[in-house]
Every structure is written in structure tokens, then in C-alpha cells.
Design a protein around this ligand. Structure first.
Ligand SMILES: Nc1ncnc2c1ncn2[C@@H]1O[C@H](COP(=O)(O)OP(=O)(O)OP(=O)(O)O)[C@@H](O)[C@H]1O
Ligand SMILES: [Mg+2]
Length: 394
């Protein structure tokens, strides 16, 4: 007795005789198959019936070719596995299709035995692929859930330590205060990592909520950098702030912008050895000055950016070991860290700069890094300045 293999196969061929022969054979083998005589018919069938798991797809057909059908299926994110059927002279095209996501190809004329072997192999690959994706998703969901659930207890720990540090439960000497502050800083680092991770996921899902208002750039920068002056001093690093007297407004989400600065300053602190220097500067620059900057080609220019006449340029620089030229773009990808030795135990998940990039782009700005190995790093943020009229309105 032939057992039902559950796989549903769509045979797509403009020659009805070939389609019919294949259908009879496959149904006999326990598969359940259907036929489509053109590329557009195949796309309609697969759009309306998601239970197909495999497609036997003729490469050359009048109208929409098999190559185009494959491209549409992959663009739609379809899970269906595709085996291309190539005729004489289209083998090179079939190999190209493998690069575009086809699972396999078979050259006509082929034997039923060869077809059966390829179907079985394709079927196994497809399940492996689906299972791997499911496990990956499960792992990511677990990490997200764990991160989310760790945030509340951590915030409670920070609050409790802070009460002791403030001396609310009895006097605390300077040394004890320092230890308690270090404990708070370490907990805050983990909270920052969790926030970066959760928000990157929200950006990716298009679910991030930003509350954009106009803020004085200096005030935001000063507030964020104040928090780093003490740990820098503690680590024997000179910390300076250089904010020009003219105050300029920027349109950002306050918490998110502060977090971007926190990530950049946190990195500067982490990657600068004892005796080094960190500085933060903020300048308002004209359109002409902006065009004179050496903005790397891989940095995306936001729409309407070039129509602005003033910009705010924020630079966070340090005298650490710097970043190799060929890593300057990839450090903004998530989980990217490159091997380095600074003599310190460096933590981190490689998420901070990925968050910075997404956040700054959501404010219609740009961020990039410049540096020379051994001479420190510079992170530059460029945001459109908001024009304030004399009466104070934007
Ligand atoms: N100021 C800097 N000096 C030298 N290298 C840096 C600096 N900032 C970032 N990097 C390099 O870029 C990588 C990515 O930075 P990112 O902030 O994304 O991750 P992280 O600091 O390693 O971890 P996380 O931010 O998640 O705690 C770092 O691991 C480091 O290799
Ligand atoms: Mg970081």
C-alpha cells in the first residue's frame, strides 16, 4: 500500500503532457500534486493555498518565467522549496536560481528515480531549514523574555543600593559610597544592554514609539555627560566638555537621545586606558560646513537632510586604541565586536552602536565613526538644527 507523504507538490510546466506525466507518477508515489501551466497561474495558486511544500518549476515558460516565479516566492518570504526543471541550454540559469534560493535543479530529460531522490533530499532540507529557524526564534524569544523580566528586579536593586548610598539608613563613608556607586554603575550597564536589545527588536518590528520634541542640545548633552565625569575620574581618565555658547535646538526623543550619548560615552570609557582623555563637543554648523565634512559613503543621507541650512554636530572622542579602518562600518551592526586587548576586562553584547544608529536615523540624523588605530576614536552625530523664530516658536 502506498502511504500518503503529506507533501503537496505544485508542478509548473507550460507543456501539459510533461505536467500530466509527472502528476501521475508523483500521485502514484504517495505525494499529492497539482498542476499549473504558467508562472502567473502558479503564483496565484501558491498565494491562495499555503499548504504546498514543494514546487517543481520549469525555467523557460512563455510569460512569467520560472526564474521570475522563484524571485516572487522568495520576495514574499514563502517557505515552499523549489526545484527548477531546466531544459537543454538552461543549466547555467538553473545554477543562478540556486543562488536565488532554489533548493535544487534537475535537467530534462530526467529519470523518475533521479526525481524521487531529489524530492526526498529537498524535503529533508526544507524541514531542517524550518526547524533551525524555529529554534532560532525560540532562542530569541527566550532571551527577550529573560531580559525583560530581569529589568524590574535590577531596577529594584539599583533603588535599594541608592537608598543606602544616600545615607538614608545610616552614615556611609566615602569609600563605602564609592563601592555602592560602582555597584549601581554596573547594574545600570546591564539595564542599558537590556534596553538596547529590547528597543532594537522594537525598531526591527516597526513597533518603536518615539516622543519627538524640540530640546536644547546642550542641556541634553550636559546632563548625559555629567553622569560620566565621576566614573571617568574614578578610572583615571580626563573628561572634558566643550559646548559652544550658542544654544541650538534639536528634534529628538529625550530618553533615546540620552541613551545614545550614554552608549557612546560608555564605550569611550570602556575602551580608553588609564591616563587617557574623553571629550564631548557640540557645535552648530552651517550647510556649507556640513558639506565640507568627510561623511563616509556608507552613511545614509536622510531624506530632506540637504535642504536644512543649520545642523548640530556632536562629537564624542577618546584617546583609546581606536578602531581599524575596515571595522568602522560594521561596528554599527548588532553583535559586532572586534578582538582587541586593552588590558581591561571588557563586557558588552555589541548592541550599543546598533541602537545608536537606529535611534539617530529615526531623528533624521547621521552617525559615523572616525579613527586611526592607536590614536583614539571619534563618534560624530549630525542632526538638523531646528529654526527658532524670535517669538520662540519652531
Ligand atoms: N570608543 C571606542 N573605542 C574603541 N572601540 C570601540 C569604541 N566604541 C565601540 N568600539 C568597538 O565597537 C564594538 C561595538 O560597540 P557596541 O557599543 O555596539 O558594543 P559593546 O560596547 O561591545 O557592547 P554593548 O554596547 O552591547 O555593551 C565594540 O565592541 C568595540 O570593538
Ligand atoms: Mg557599547
Amino acid at each position: 500500500m502506498i502511504t500518503q507523504k503529506l507533501d503537496k507538490i505544485l508542478i509548473v510546466d507550460d507543456e501539459p503532457a510533461i505536467g500530466q506525466t509527472l502528476k501521475e507518477f508523483l500521485d502514484c508515489q504517495g505525494y499529492s500534486s497539482s498542476m499549473a501551466s504558467s508562472g502567473s497561474a502558479a503564483l496565484d495558486i501558491l498565494e491562495n493555498d499555503k499548504s504546498f511544500t514543494l514546487v517543481l518549476l520549469d525555467i523557460k515558460m512563455p510569460g512569467i518565467s520560472g526564474v521570475t516565479v522563484l524571485k516572487h516566492l522568495k520576495d514574499r518570504g514563502s517557505d515552499v522549496a523549489v526545484i527548477m526543471m531546466s531544459g537543454h541550454g538552461s543549466e547555467a540559469l538553473a545554477v543562478e536560481c540556486m543562488k536565488d534560493g532554489a533548493e535544487d535543479y534537475i535537467s530534462k530529460p530526467f529519470s523518475f528515480e533521479d526525481l524521487l531522490q531529489r524530492l526526498e533530499r529537498t524535503r529533508a532540507h526544507r524541514w531542517e531549514r524550518i526547524e533551525k529557524r524555529r529554534l532560532q526564534q525560540e532562542k530569541e524569544d527566550f532571551i527577550l523574555m529573560l531580559s525583560h523580566d530581569m529589568k524590574n528586579p535590577l531596577t529594584a536593586v539599583i533603588g535599594s543600593i541608592d537608598i543606602i548610598r544616600e545615607g538614608c539608613l545610616g552614615s556611609v563613608n566615602e569609600e563605602q559610597g564609592d563601592y555602592l556607586q560602582s555597584a549601581i554603575d554596573s547594574c545600570n550597564e546591564v539595564v542599558l544592554m537590556i534596553d538596547n536589545l529590547l528597543d532594537i527588536k522594537k525598531f526591527e518590528a516597526g513597533k518603536i514609539k518615539m516622543t519627538i520634541h524640540s530640546y536644547n542640545a546642550h542641556e541634553l548633552i550636559s546632563k548625559a555627560s555629567n553622569q560620566f565625569a565621576r566614573p571617568a575620574r574614578h578610572d583615571g581618565i580626563e573628561f572634558s566638555e566643550d559646548l559652544e555658547p550658542v544654544k541650538t535646538e534639536i528634534a529628538v526623543d529625550k530618553n533615546s537621545f540620552t541613551r545614545v550619548l550614554g552608549n557612546l560615552l560608555g564605550n569611550a570609557l570602556k575602551f580608553t586606558p588609564v591616563g587617557g582623555k574623553i571629550s564631548v563637543s557640540c557645535r552648530s554648523i552651517s550647510g556649507g560646513d556640513m558639506l565640507a565634512l568627510k561623511i563616509p559613503a556608507y552613511v545614509q543621507v536622510p531624506p530632506d537632510f540637504l535642504k536644512c541650512d543649520r545642523f548640530v554636530k556632536v562629537v564624542v572622542s577618546d584617546t583609546g586604541n581606536g578602531i581599524p579602518e575596515n571595522e568602522l562600518e560594521s561596528i554599527f551592526d548588532r553583535y559586532t565586536q572586534f578582538a582587541r586587548k586593552t588590558g581591561r576586562e571588557l563586557g558588552g553584547a555589541g548592541l550599543g552602536l546598533a541602537y545608536c544608529k537606529l535611534a539617530i536615523e529615526s531623528f533624521h540624523g547621521m552617525i559615523w565613526a572616525e579613527c586611526k588605530m592607536g590614536h583614539g576614536s571619534e563618534f560624530i552625530i549630525l542632526l538638523p538644527a531646528i529654526n527658532i523664530n524670535r517669538n520662540g516658536s519652531v
